[in-house]
Design a protein around this ligand. Structure first.
Ligand SMILES: [Zn+2]
Length: 754
């Protein structure tokens, strides 16, 4: 949505100049000729990233200047590491390119600029504190939030302004909108009434699963990620055109399109709160004053993005942000946490931001980025790998590590010397070595007071264990100090065993070393001169935009299915695939509600949207034991995201199956992807995929009337078809014409050939 907004903006303001402006987003590919002819291309980070992956890093001369808007996205968990890697790789691939990075919320711009300069750009840092419209903050103490918001709304409306009200949950946003509806109705200008009624009519036509229409008539709406995209667009449109007085929303709206208001009200600055007696790790929570309630606040940068929505350039001479709190202690807390006082400026409040941190720190993303880099650099040497990570913002921010850099980055095996850095025997502990030879090292640590004992061992076969429960798999930084102390002691007493210890650690932690993981799982191979080479499978996974760890997981499941004995209890394809997606989600730590799986199944079986959105009334028997149903209703916005995720996983699994020659699974994935796209059983696919104006409902009507293939429709007579289907004659004519224009597609495999 943001890219589209930018595109329209540039067209409007610069379209009259002799500049050719193009947009390239989502699955839509800009033809190479259009790309070459364009002077300015608006694209998402992901679009440029996949261009780079497909071209295997060969895009020299394509662009002369790269503008990276909102570069602070680099700090986000999911998109962050991919953007960070993109900046490094684009610099390399685009050759002599000028880089301009923009952000309004970075506390450490100097460090960021140093990093960009280190990539070879020699960038200059430009700082500006100017805001087009000055912003005032007001922290309001009180216990009646609805009452407070009502009076702010009335005041702002009297001045002819609008309010954005941010709150913590979807449910709260909807509730607030209902509670504030009569206030809005009373202060909405009568001349907008007609427009509001029209909006309500459009909202009603779009969906019958929300109570937005009556709210819109009264001049208010709610907005959150659970709404379907057309409804969100409608609400945004209503606000931008000043037809409604207020929107109650979750923080989703703070990152969306540019939508300023005279006033922003923050109903709740806490993301999550809990009584102190229920908090195990108190370091992760905050509190204000002596309150027994602990909480997690909205992150600083998000907070300022929210309140920064106040003040419309060209309309308001100032914007006001109201932050609602319940006590003086909380007010003080807000003041200290989110603001600094500018001493030079008479003590006025200035925003305090969080420093930008690299998110390139977890195993999934490190492995992915190493693979992506290997895909773009043929014959990658060990030094290239080291140089790639050394160029990262992650390394730049890490500064002096406690281990040597390449062990810390896990691109080299930890030696025994790396392994023991920083450990010392604590007082009151007794260390004893039980065995130390080339095959096995074992020892115990005993607490002299409690007599608690830990026993650990390391073997040449690559085993390592400790009675404290530490396991390999968490990285060698996560290995317990018991083992470190034992290794340290053996190194001191028997230095001759150092090489054996190195070997034992390398074997025990082999999975932990990124390069080895990629080699062991078939993404990379080592060629004669020691360089690493990306295999066809590695290249496929890099282009599929999926973590190597997840690709290995999927490949394993596919192999299990293929090699299952024919006589065994093999699940039918679809329930098996649903379970696979569920397990992939769990590996990803993103938990979708089980309701979505049951809803999606109903969708593929052509059930109505009322059933899809409330699947708990009719859970799917085939899924019952695999993914037990719960009674959560499904939000349309979540369902749409889930549907595209299911399609994406079907595409990924299908491509992996194709690569390994598993034709049956490949076909199953393809059919499932197409059925998920249209919400139909397989028999309707030819009709809904090829006839204009034919969706799942009309497709089923045609099928019931005996039109099972395009040819059946081509031969039909409009009047007769209308009679048997019940569709209007004109509609039938259009469908028949579309069937007659249809041409069978040549059966080639043009896709993914690059
Ligand atoms: Zn231990």
């Amino acid at each position: 949505a943001l890219a589209t907004e930018k595109y329209k903006h540039f067209l409007k303001h610069y379209g009259h100049l002799a500049i050719k402006i193009e947009i390239s987003i989502g699955d839509y590919d800009l033809p190479p000729d259009d790309l070459a002819a364009a002077d300015l291309v608006i694209m998402t980070y992901e679009k440029l990233d996949s261009m780079l992956r497909s071209a295997r890093g060969n895009l020299a001369g394509t662009f002369g200047c790269l503008v990276i808007d909102e570069i602070h996205v680099m700090g986000e968990q999911e998109r962050g590491p991919r953007l960070e890697s993109l900046v490094i790789r684009a610099t390399r691939a685009l050759g002599d390119v000028q880089v301009i990075a923009l952000s309004a919320t970075v506390a450490n711009p100097v460090q960021l600029n140093e990093w960009l300069s280190r990539l070879g750009h020699d960038t200059t840092l430009l700082l500006s504190k100017a805001r087009p419209v000055p912003l005032e903050y007001e922290i309001v103490v009180g216990n009646d939030n609805v009452g407070t918001i009502t009076s702010i709304l009335e005041k702002v409306a009297a001045e002819g302004g609008q309010c954005l009200i941010f709150t913590r949950s979807r449910r709260r946003a909807e509730l607030l909108a209902r509670q504030l509806a009569s206030t809005c109705q009373a202060c909405a200008p009568p001349e907008t009434y007609q427009a509001r009624v029209e909006l309500a009519f459009r909202a009603k036509r779009g969906s019958k699963y929300t109570d937005l229409p009556p709210l819109l008539v009264k001049g208010i709406a709610y907005h959150h990620a659970g709404l379907a995209a057309p409804e969100r667009d409608l609400v945004e449109h209503a606000f931008i055109h000043r037809h409604i007085m207020a929107i109650c929303c979750t923080t989703t709206l703070s990152a969306g399109i540019n939508m300023p208001a005279r006033a922003v009200i923050l109903d709740d600055y806490k993301q999550f709160s809990v009584h102190e007696k229920d908090v195990a790790d108190k370091g992760r929570f905050l509190r204000s004053g002596n309150s027994p309630t602990m909480f997690k606040p909205i992150p600083r940068n998000t907070f300022h993005q929210i309140v920064g929505r106040a003040g419309r350039a060209g309309f308001d001479d100032k914007g006001t942000a109201y932050i609602l709190v319940h006590s003086r202690d909380e007010a003080k807390w807000i003041d200290d946490y989110y603001f600094t006082r500018d001493a030079k400026d008479g003590g006025t409040l200035a925003p305090a931001y969080d420093p930008l941190q690299s998110a390139l720190s977890n195993r999934h993303v490190m492995l992915e980025q190493l693979l992506v880099f290997a895909n773009e650099v043929q014959d990658l040497s060990y030094d290239d790998v080291k140089a790639f990570f050394a160029m990262s913002f992650y390394t730049h921010m890490l500064g002096k590590a406690d281990q040597s850099m390449d062990t810390a980055l896990r691109i080299r095996h930890a030696t025994a010397r790396d392994f023991i850095v920083g450990v010392t025997l604590p007082p009151g502990k007794l260390l004893a070595i039980l065995e130390a030879n080339a095959n096995r090292v074992a020892g115990t640590l005993t607490d002299t007071i409690t007599q608690q004992r830990a026993e650990c061992q390391l073997t040449a076969a690559g085993g390592f264990s400790c009675t404290c429960g530490a396991k390999p798999g968490g990285g060698f930084r996560a290995a317990c100090d018991h083992l470190r102390l034992v290794v340290q002691e053996v190194l001191n007493k028997q230095p001759g065993l150092a090489r054996n210890l190195d070997g034992m650690l390398a074997a025990a932690l082999r999975e932990e070393c990124y390069v080895d993981f990629l080699i062991d799982n078939g993404f990379l191979e080592q060629v004669a001169d020691g360089a690493y080479h990306c295999t066809p499978f590695g290249s496929l996974v890099a282009r599929l935009y999926v973590y190597p760890t997840i690709a290995v997981f999927i490949k394993q499941r596919l192999l299990e299915r293929v090699s299952a004995p024919a006589t065994g209890d093999v699940l039918p394809f679809e329930p098996w695939f649903y379970k696979l997606v569920k397990d992939v989600q769990d590996e990803h730590n993103s938990s979708y509600s089980p309701s979505l799986f049951h809803g999606a199944w109903h969708w593929m079986e052509e059930a109505g949207m009322d059933v899809v959105l409330e699947p708990f009334r009719q859970p799917i028997p085939a899924l019952r034991t695999l993914i037990p149903a719960t009674d959560d209703p499904v939000y349309p916005g979540d369902f749409n995201n889930f549907k595209s995720d299911m399609q994406r996983w079907a595409r990924v699994a299908g491509k992996i199956a194709q690569h390994f020659g598993m034709a049956a699974i490949e076909a199953g994935c393809l059919a499932l992807e197409r059925r998920m796209d249209h919400g139909v059983r397989a028999e309707l696919l030819p009709l809904v995929e090829n006839l204009k104006g034919v969706g799942r409902i009309r497709g089923r009507m045609l099928f019931r009337a005996g039109c099972k293939a395009i040819e059946d429709v081509q031969d039909a007579n409009p009047d007769a078809l209308s009679k048997v289907t019940g569709l209007p004659v004109q509609t039938c004519e259009r469908i028949i014409n579309s069937a007659r224009e249809w041409q069978p597609v040549e059966d080639g495999d043009g896709e993914e050939s690059n």
